[in-house]
Ligand binder design. Structure first.
Ligand code: 1CP
Length: 347
């Protein structure tokens, strides 16, 4: 398929008209429409209902004019059919009934069969793609480390005590867990691509908890395997994490098409760290969105100027849209980003 999307072109570092933009967590509680739906349904009810999922995934494209949609789902969703009993608690996050801490716990996880286990997700993807027309849909999944951190800790964590303990004290169990989760990530994303997703993002949100030597030893092998398999699908692959200043080079070595950068690392510094062969995505501080427009403009302009003329750049936030963000700021930001050319005028 020949794509004319500026988002896809920028993923491949090819010329395009304007700087593409989308926002992590662009569907969510900052939107009136989302809040209204959430009064009627739980998060999981919404994510498992193809019509609601389609509506919530498409609205940001229609309301904000972003260049890509992201599937409304969660990194935890594939873990349900793999045998993990969890809930999503409001204002908190995922809570796992029986955390995975031993080789025996691990044996209870079963292989994900995406289309059999989660048919509603793939029905939603087909509906979203039909409604979006030329705007691409980004599929996503959690990365093995970040999924493992929820499974092992039993929920959100600050210090990743149990995760690091298992990783260091039971390296063989850790390796098996990484393999099981990497396999699920690849299966889930491959199925999303089969049903129409035109790019995939792997969220390793909490990978910044690791120093680079541990990343290389305990995580990198599984990430290399993930991207080797995903890249064979011939859609752009995006790898995102937070707190990654010292990890960016190693993350790049795992082979994604695009590297997501959080707001703590200046984007020009990220570029000089990783070289020119990978597209960068980022990295406005999400907290600017709760401020007056001038603040959003000032911070976004600095990023856009740093990346001016770089065809391998996608504008995004450094992490997800906060629930307190002003929707107007997001709308104006899309218009502002679109005033910047995607490649130098001379090309
Ligand atoms: O645009 C979108 O909203 C896309 C949908 C999306 C995505 C990409 C959701 C909906 N979750 C995710 C991925 C996700 N889930 C990540 C990676 C991205 C990131 O770092 O933000 C992570 C870490 C989770 C786990 C999770 N699920 C959390 C974070 C908890 C923690 O450890 O701090 C939370 C709060 C959830 C629930 C959730 N997922 C999504 C939404 C809109 C919500 C809130 C549910 C609600 O409405 O109450």
């Amino acid at each position: 398929m020949i794509s004319t999307s500026r988002f896809i072109e920028a993923c491949w570092g090819r010329p395009h008209d304007k700087v593409p933009v989308w926002f992590m967590r662009q569907a969510g509680r900052y939107q009136d429409g989302y809040r209204k739906l959430r009064q009627q349904y739980s998060f999981l009810e919404m994510a498992h209902n193809p019509d609601i999922c389609t509506e919530v995934s498409c609205r940001p494209v229609e309301e904000l004019g972003v260049d890509a949609a992201i599937l409304f789902s969660d990194i935890m969703i594939p873990l349900g059919p793999m045998g993990v009993d969890f809930e999503i608690r409001e204002h908190f996050g995922p809570v796992i009934a029986h955390p995975v801490r031993t080789g025996r716990d691990l044996k209870q996880l079963r292989v994900l069969e995406p289309e059999d286990d989660l048919p509603e997700v793939f029905e939603a993807i087909e509906k979203i793609c039909e409604r979006l027309g030329a705007i691409p849909l980004i599929g996503f999944a959690g990365a093995p480390f970040t999924l493992a951190s929820y499974l092992i800790e039993g929920g959100p964590s600050k210090n990743y005590l149990h995760t690091k303990r298992l990783m260091w004290e039971q390296p063989e169990v850790w390796r098996q867990l990484m393999d099981v989760l990497a396999d699920a990530t690849v299966r889930h994303l491959s199925a999303q691509v089969r049903h129409g997703a035109q790019a995939v993002q792997v969220f390793d949100s909490w990978i910044g908890a690791l120093p680079v030597d541990d990343y290389r030893k305990y995580v990198m092998p599984s990430m290399r395997a993930v991207f080797a398999k995903l890249n064979a699908l011939q859609v752009p692959t995006i790898y995102f994490g937070t707190g990654t200043a010292s990890l960016l080079h190693a993350m790049k070595e795992t082979g994604p098409t695009v590297l997501g950068v959080d707001w703590r690392t200046p984007i020009r510094q990220a570029r000089s760290t990783v070289g020119s062969e990978v597209t960068l995505q980022g990295n406005l501080d999400p907290m600017t969105l709760v401020c007056e427009w001038d603040i959003v403009k000032e911070h976004s302009t600095a990023i856009l100027q740093d990346m001016l003329g770089d065809p391998a750049f996608i504008f995004n936030l450094g992490h997800g849209v906060p629930p307190e963000a002003h929707p107007d700021n997001l709308k104006r930001l899309v218009e502002w980003v679109h005033q910047f050319p995607g490649t130098p005028a001379s090309q």
